[in-house]
Design a protein around this ligand. Structure first.
Ligand code: PFF
Length: 443
C-alpha cells in the first residue's frame, strides 16, 4: 500500500496543494474578524510571532513525519514511535475528531459564499442598502437555505475527495491559487483608495499592547494553527504524497509565507472598508460578509468583481475542506482497510450530521448553548484553540524528543546544518514551552 502511494506530480503541485489547504476562509473570513475582536495591531504582531517560532517548525515536523512514514497521522505515530507508539496513536484520534469538527462548521461558512455568489449573479448583493442587507444576512443564516448550502458544500467536497490526490486535489489547486492572489491584490489596492483607509491601516498595523491579555494570545495562537492547517495531521498527510526530492524546509517556509501574506492582504481589504462604512471591527463571524458587499458596491463593475471573488473564495474553501477530509479518509481507508469510496462516505455522513447542527446554530438552535457557545462557536473554539495547538505541541515534542535525529536530518536534508539545529531547538523547547505557557496563562 505504502509503495503504491500516489505522489504529487510537480513542485508547483506541492506548493499549490499545501497553500491550497492553508489559504481559505481562515485567512479571508476568520483572520479579519479575530483581529477585529482582539484589538488589531497587537493581535497581528503576536500572530506573526506564533507563525515564525511555532508555526513553521510545526509544519516542518508534520512534513517530516508524513514523508518518513508515508501514512496518515495515526499510522505515522505507529510507524515512527518506538514500540508501536501505543499512546502516541491517541494523537491520531484527536486529529480525526478535530478535523471533522472543523469540516462541519467550515462548510457552513463556505455555504455562505454560495449564497453571496448567487446574490451577486442575481445582482441583488450590491444593490440593496447595507442595513437591509445585514437584516437579509441574519434571516438567511437563520433559515433553511443556510442548511441547504452547507449540504451542497459537503456534497461537492465528497465529489472532489473521491477524485483522489492527483486528479482532484492537485488540479483544482494549481489553477485556483494564482488567480486568487491576483484578485486579492486588486481588491486591496481598491480598498487603499477608500476614505477610511488610513484609520483601517492604523487599526491593523499599529499595535496597542495595553489591551493584550491571555485570550488575545490564545486567539492569535489558535488563528496561526487554524490558518496553517496545523496540529491535526493535514500537512502530514499531504507530505505523505510528496516525492522524495521535495525540499521540506523550503516548502514549509513558502507555505507559511504565502498564507500569512494572504491574511495580511485580507486585512488590508477589510479594515479600510470597516472604517469607511462604519462597521464594528468586533462584529465577529459576520464581519467580512457585512463589509465586502459595500466594497463591491463602490467599485466600477462591482457585480463582476463580487461574482469572481465569491467564486474564488468558494473554490479556496473547497481546497481547504478537501485537505481536512483527507485526514480521516486516509485514516479510515488505511487503518480500517476499507475502500477509499467507503471512507469518503463515512467521513461525509458524519460531517452531514454535525454540519447541519452547526448551520442550525444561527437559527432554530441559536439558544442551545454549551459553555455559552452555540454548536458552531463551540466546534470552532474547541478545534482551533484547543485541539490544534495541543496537537501541534505533541507533534513538536514527538519530532523533537522521540523521533530519531537521523530521520529528521535526512528528511530535511538539503537544509543547512545551522538551520536544522535551530529548527530542532524550536521543536524541543520553544514550540511546546510557548504553547504550554499560553494555555496555563489562559486557564
Ligand atoms: N487553513 C484553512 C484556512 O485557513 O481556511 C483551514 C483548515 C484547513 C483548518 C485544514 C484545518 C485543516 F485541517
Amino acid at each position: 500500500m505504502t509503495e503504491n502511494r500516489p505522489h504529487f506530480a510537480t513542485r508547483l503541485g506541492v506548493i499549490a496543494t499545501t497553500v491550497g489547504s492553508a489559504v481559505g476562509l481562515g485567512n479571508i473570513w476568520r483572520f479579519p474578524y479575530e483581529a477585529g475582536t482582539h484589538g488589531g495591531g497587537a493581535f497581528l504582531m503576536i500572530y506573526i510571532l506564533c507563525i515564525a517560532v511555532i508555526g513553521i517548525p510545526v509544519i516542518c515536523a508534520e512534513f517530516v513525519m508524513g514523508r518518513a512514514s508515508r501514512r496518515n497521522i495515526f499510522g505515522a505515530f505507529r510507524t515512527l514511535a518506538p514500540k508501536g507508539g501505543r499512546y502516541w496513536q491517541l494523537m491520531g484520534v484527536a486529529g480525526i475528531v478535530g478535523s471533522i469538527m472543523i469540516l462541519a462548521f467550515y462548510s457552513v461558512v463556505a455555504g455562505w459564499t454560495i449564497e453571496y455568489l448567487m446574490q451577486s449573479l442575481a445582482g441583488t448583493l450590491e444593490e440593496v442598502a447595507s442595513t437591509e442587507r445585514q437584516a437579509a444576512f441574519d434571516s438567511f443564516t437563520g433559515g433553511w437555505r443556510c442548511v441547504l448550502w452547507t449540504l451542497v458544500i459537503l456534497g461537492l467536497n465528497c465529489a472532489i475527495v473521491l477524485g483522489g490526490v492527483r486528479k482532484g486535489i492537485e488540479r483544482v489547486s494549481n489553477l485556483l491559487m494564482p488567480l486568487l492572489f491576483v484578485l486579492l491584490i486588486t481588491l486591496a489596492l481598491n480598498s487603499l483608495l477608500l476614505p477610511g483607509a488610513g484609520e483601517g491601516l492604523k487599526f491593523l498595523f499599529r499595535p496597542d499592547f495595553s489591551t493584550v491579555d491571555s485570550s488575545v494570545v490564545l486567539g492569535a495562537l489558535g488563528q496561526a494553527f487554524f490558518s496553517l492547517s496545523l496540529g491535526l495531521g493535514t500537512m502530514m498527510i499531504y507530505a505523505s504524497y510528496f516525492s522524495p526530492s521535495t525540499p521540506l524546509l523550503k516548502s514549509a517556509a513558502t507555505t507559511a509565507g504565502l498564507d500569512t501574506l494572504v491574511a495580511l492582504i485580507a486585512g488590508v481589504i477589510i479594515f479600510p472598508a470597516v472604517f469607511t462604512f462604519g462597521a464594528e471591527p468586533s462584529a465577529g463571524p459576520k464581519l467580512v460578509f457585512e463589509v465586502l458587499p459595500d466594497i463591491f458596491h463602490r467599485m466600477p463593475g462591482g457585480v463582476v468583481w463580487s461574482t469572481v471573488f465569491f467564486l474564488l473564495l468558494l473554490l479556496a474553501s473547497l481546497t481547504s475542506t478537501i485537505s481536512m477530509s483527507e485526514i480521516s479518509v486516509a485514516y479510515f481507508s488505511e487503518q480500517w482497510g476499507i475502500s477509499r469510496r467507503k471512507a469518503v462516505a463515512v467521513n461525509t455522513a458524519i460531517a452531514l450530521v454535525l454540519g447541519t447542527l452547526c448551520a442550525l446554530s444561527f437559527g432554530p438552535l441559536s439558544d442551545f448553548t454549551i459553555c455559552g457557545k452555540t454548536v458552531f462557536g463551540l466546534f470552532d473554539y474547541v478545534a482551533s484553540n484547543i485541539i490544534m495547538p495541543l496537537g501541534g505541541m505533541l507533534i513538536s515534542i514527538f519530532v523533537g524528543w522521540v523521533l530519531r535525529r537521523s530521520v529528521f536530518d535526512m528528511e530535511l536534508s538539503p537544509a543547512p546544518r545551522a538551520l536544522l539545529c535551530c529548527l530542532a531547538f524550536c521543536l524541543r523547547f520553544i514550540a511546546p514551552g510557548a504553547i504550554a505557557v499560553i494555555f496555563i496563562a489562559y486557564i
